[in-house]
Write a protein of this length. Sequence first.
Length: 101
Amino acid sequence: MSGGHFDYNQYKIDQIACDIEQLIIYNDSTKKDEFGNDIGNHFLPKTIERLKEALHTLRLAYAYAHRIDWLVSGDDNEDNFHKRLEHDLERVKEENEDDEF
């Protein structure tokens, strides 16, 4: 595995983003968990919109942290840093456009 400058903590950012995505997906669910509680939180639409904004921001933060990690760890030179960062940011933009919650 490459990187390591940030002790791979950028993956924590990614995990938070994944957790928020699950909150959005299951918000309206009435399925029950093992304790008989709804797995959905039933947040208001305006709250879900804020969660979507947070999800997008965290995905961007992860992309930046990951690419900077590789740069300062010596895995990427500056040219690769810029190319890969641009690619990652474009992917985040596309994912944000494709999200169908």
